[in-house]
Design a protein around this ligand. Structure first.
Ligand code: PLP
Ligand code: COI
Length: 360
């Protein structure tokens, strides 16, 4: 028998004002009226799961996460779709991945059914925050941090797990227009054997310096190469990456240093179902550049919850911009975007069992 989730609703006059236009939401600027939170203590387990008014956390400055980085998170979305329904896309895969991250970071694992119930309940309580225009959604951000007050380097014996939600539009300012990506052969994000496959805050901290350089030069994101040879493609700042050559779709394999993206997995399954040959393997940046030059590489796109399917128009590598195809949105990229969005908004039937309507 699982734990009961208590609910304390915000007072009517303390509800936040929603003074934004759906067309100008951007990503992550607004949070809703409520949050879920629970605490963990070693040998006692999780306790007091509850939904409460959105509020600041009060933490001791010696809490372990501030110093040694036991911070993990997830990202998924609730969609307002067909028949005004509320839909989730593969939510249980996110919760499983959270537990994988927790294990890798020596943190507490969560009861997956409890967390699923918590996020379902929170989304329904704050359902008025789900925007309804095409391409918008309610972003759901589960987070876990180590909270024990200690300064020795070791796993925390205490944690908090919380979920916040807020309305979002497109992740990139470009929207669905092709983005420009900067291939870094100077800085690396993660190395095999490290924590790259965990959704840990530290991986994002490690990415910021190169991302700032890329941004200064006019590029939206960094494409990381493997940390040892600086030769093989890994992933992009907030998404996995795919290369569509004449006869096959290629994406880096899950070697341990990249995030096992849920959208990545969906793309692979859909493309295979469409009869496209999909290869997961080691792809050298030189093969990519050669493919762009001889025209055998037709499309490049990224995949992610926040990014959905994002066409890549230009790759900057070693001093040169390389334009993929005509720099526009490729046919397969557009088709995958329409297919996945169609599922997520409950508009298209899907054979995989990925979509759940939660408001009925
Ligand atoms: N890679 C990184 C580094 C990410 O932050 C994300 C976003 O979650 C992804 C890939 C894509 O993963 P998913 O499709 O599960 O959102
Ligand atoms: C997501 O796509 O949900 C992510 O977590 C990416 C994020 C770092 C913005």
């Amino acid at each position: 028998m699982g734990l009961n989730i208590e609910v304390k609703l915000v007072e009517e006059n303390k509800k936040k004002k929603r003074e934004y236009k759906e067309s100008e939401l951007g990503f992550g600027k607004y949070q809703s009226d409520h949050m879920f939170i629970m605490e963990y203590e070693k040998d006692k387990g999780w306790k007091n799961p509850r939904i409460v008014p959105y509020q600041p956390l009060v933490l001791d400055p010696a809490s372990l996460n501030f110093h040694y980085g036991q911070t993990i998170f997830e990202g998924l979305k609730a969609y307002r779709g067909k028949d005004n329904g509320i839909y989730l896309f593969r939510p249980k895969d996110n919760i499983k991945r959270m537990n994988n991250s927790a294990r890798r970071m020596c943190m507490a694992t969560v009861d997956e059914d409890l967390v699923y119930e918590a996020l379902r309940k929170l989304v329904l309580i704050d359902k008025d925050w789900i925007p309804s225009s095409h391409g918008t959604s309610l972003y759901i951000r589960p987070v876990m941090i180590g909270t024990e007050t200690a300064l020795g380097v070791r796993p925390s014996k205490q944690y908090i797990f919380y979920i916040i939600v807020g309305p979002v539009g497109s992740y990139y300012a470009e929207g669905m227009n092709p983005i420009k990506i900067y291939v870094s052969d100077k800085y690396v994000r993660a190395v095999r054997g490290g924590i790259g496959e965990a959704k840990a805050g530290g991986n994002y901290a490690a990415s910021l310096y190169a991302a700032a350089e890329a941004s200064k030069a006019g590029y939206s994101q960094v494409l990381w190469l493997d940390a040892i040879e600086r030769k093989y493609i890994e992933e992009v700042g907030a998404m996995n990456i795919f290369f569509y050559f004449k006869d096959k779709l290629v994406t880096p394999s899950l070697s341990g240093s990249i995030l096992p993206g849920i959208t990545r997995d969906s793309v692979i399954k859909i493309a295979k179902n469409w009869g496209i040959k999909v290869e997961e393997g080691m792809l050298a940046i030189d093969e990519v550049i050669a493919g762009i030059k001889d025209g055998s590489l037709k499309e490049v796109f990224g995949s992610g919850t926040a990014a959905v399917i994002s066409p890549v128009g230009i790759l900057f590598y070693r001093g040169d911009d390389h334009t993929v195809g005509d720099g526009g949105i490729g046919e397969l990229t557009q088709k995958l975007y329409d297919e996945i969005m169609g599922y997520q908004y409950g508009e298209k039937d899907e054979p995989y069992g990925w979509v759940e309507r939660i408001d009925t």
